[in-house]
Design a protein around this ligand. Structure first.
Ligand code: ADP
Ligand code: G6P
Length: 483
């Protein structure tokens, strides 16, 4: 009886994302454990939802029957089921082998399959149904990311009483790339079911507005696009930028704890107390520019400009989407290069590259950030890149230096970082060398400015701004909360 009552709970705030904040992992003995899910979306939304009452609709990371809804950290988690086939067609296929490459400059080719699209629609319907089950009358429904672009219109059709927002955590592609999608108009219609659409950067919102205009002949004016609902009524939808951020206060508190600071020293000691520790932290994804950064490091070692172990490189690469072909290939390539560099430039007990294909608790990440003199964030394309903001947050000592690709959303805000174009290997080498030789006081000045920027625009402010925009859309909130 209790279970039945529990599933009837409804909420004034409902968020939907492909992933729940936790993944269920069933062990060999059949017992299940919950682990934190990977990625920036979960990092951000977990902090947001811990400060608000609401439900989170998402996939628990395993195929088969969905676990019953449950409460976790003050959130109501409502799992959505995926079958084995849907994992392959909706998640690995359409989401991560069609949309992900198209939305990231086609760094690898995108694959188009009609059965993947059909599965994407079916799963989006399932998410829309789940959202409608837990949304109270007049609730705010906040849908996330590229996996759920049809959900806004599907929810509107079922529940005209709720307000619907969608936020894209990744870039929105230029119209020339978006146009490749055979289902582009269906996707635009799906998104336009929302009242408000949020993007990481203004150019992303502009790409979306341009697609509406050029591909479907819709009228746009400023950040508004006019759409017609299936019943013929005309409606305006607002699309604008709200750059996401990190839980600055919470993460800085963690970084200031004695145990994290001790651990940072321990990490440096176990690396052999090098003069320079360079660090990369990414999901093992081809968008992150991991190979480019390894190549620059290898060339610096090869031409004798730097030497290991005086300069050491740590690359943390979280396992990601391991059944998708492009990710398998990338892993082989990265591991081959790491092996090659280590073969040529390591000494016994002192590898030139410390490569860690593992996930770590937040405290360990904070310690790693503190242990690193140079943080290398070199994506070829990234919606935001929270790692850049986390690094800055953890450097309460104003130490360290951030090398940041101009192709990240973060670069849009963090202009005091040391900028790089990861395609330009020569330039990347120069920026590494420049940062190594720069006087400490110059680096501290840059770090202080970066820290101020992230402190002023943290994840709670991002969520408040998004929700204020949703509340008043299509009008802007009367008092702008963004800078
Ligand atoms: P993306 O969302 O594409 O993965 P982001 O940089 O925006 O990229 O977010 C990545 C998030 O995952 C950050 O919060 C980062 O701290 C976390 N993370 C990355 N690698 C690891 C790891 N190996 N262990 C634990 N957390 C990780
Ligand atoms: C990025 C995406 C998220 C996704 C995350 C991890 O941050 O924007 O939507 O959850 O990567 O990827 P995964 O496929 O493991 O969920």
């Amino acid at each position: 009886v209790q279970f039945f009552v529990a599933t009837q709970r409804v909420f004034d705030l409902v968020i939907a994302a492909n992933r729940l904040p936790v993944d269920r992992v069933v062990g060999a003995d059949g017992t299940s454990q919950w682990h934190r899910s990977p990625g920036g979306l979960v990092t951000a939304m977990d902090s947001v939802m811990r400060h608000r009452e609401g439900a989170w609709v998402g996939w628990a990371g395993e195929t088969g029957e969905a676990p019953a809804p449950f409460e976790e950290g003050g959130m109501w988690l409502h799992p959505v089921a995926l079958s084995d086939e849907e994992r392959e067609t909706y998640y690995e296929g359409f989401s991560n082998d069609t949309l992900w490459p198209i939305y990231h400059d086609v760094i690898v080719p995108a694959h188009f399959h009609r059965e993947w699209w059909r599965s994407y629609r079916t799963v989006n319907e399932r998410f829309a149904d789940a959202v409608c089950q837990v949304a109270a009358q007049g609730a705010k429904v906040w849908i996330h990311d590229y996996q759920l672009q049809l959900v806004p219109a599907m929810v509107r059709e079922r529940r005209p009483d709720v307000r619907i927002g969608w936020f894209n955590h990744i870039p929105f592609p230029p119209v020339e790339l978006f146009a490749q999608l055979p289902w582009r108009s269906r996707i635009l219609e799906g998104l336009l079911g929302a009242d408000y659409l949020g993007f990481q950067r203004t150019p992303d919102a502009q790409n979306f507005l341009r697609a509406c205009r050029q591909l479907d002949g819709r009228t746009t004016k400023g950040d508004l696009v006019t759409t017609q609902d299936p019943d013929g009524t005309s409606r305006r939808v607002r699309a604008s930028a709200v750059p996401i951020s990190v839980d600055h206060q919470g993460l800085e508190e963690l970084a200031r704890t004695e145990s994290v600071q001790e651990r940072a020293k321990e990490i440096r000691a176990s690396l052999g107390d090098p003069e320079v520790v360079m660090l990369g932290v990414d999901r093992l994804d081809y968008t992150k520019g991991i190979r480019h950064r390894l190549k620059a490091y290898e060339e610096l070692l090869a031409d004798g400009t730097i030497s290991s172990p005086k300069v050491t490189f740590v690359q943390v690469a979280t396992p990601s989407r391991e059944r998708v072909e492009a990710y398998k290939r990338l892993r082989t390539e990265v591991e081959t290069v790491v092996g090659h560099i280590n073969g040529a430039y390591s000494a016994i007990g002192a590898p030139a590259v410390h490569y860690l294909h593992q996930s770590y608790p937040r405290a360990e990440m904070a310690a790693l950030f503190q242990a690193a003199d140079i943080m290398l964030v070199t994506p070829l394309r990234d919606g935001m890149n929270l790692v850049a903001k986390e690094y800055v947050t953890c450097r309460h000592d104003d130490g360290g230096a951030l090398v940041l690709s101009e192709f990240t959303g973060a670069w849009h805000e963090l202009r005091q970082a040391f900028v790089c174009n990861p395609h330009d290997i020569e330039g990347l080498k120069q920026v590494m060398l420049r940062v190594m030789s720069l006087p400490a006081k110059d680096k501290r000045r840059a770090m202080r400015a970066l820290r101020r920027r992230v402190a002023d625009n943290d994840v709670q402010r991002w969520a408040d701004t998004f929700l204020a925009n949703l509340e008043t859309a299509p009008e802007r909130p009367s008092r702008a909360t963004t800078k």
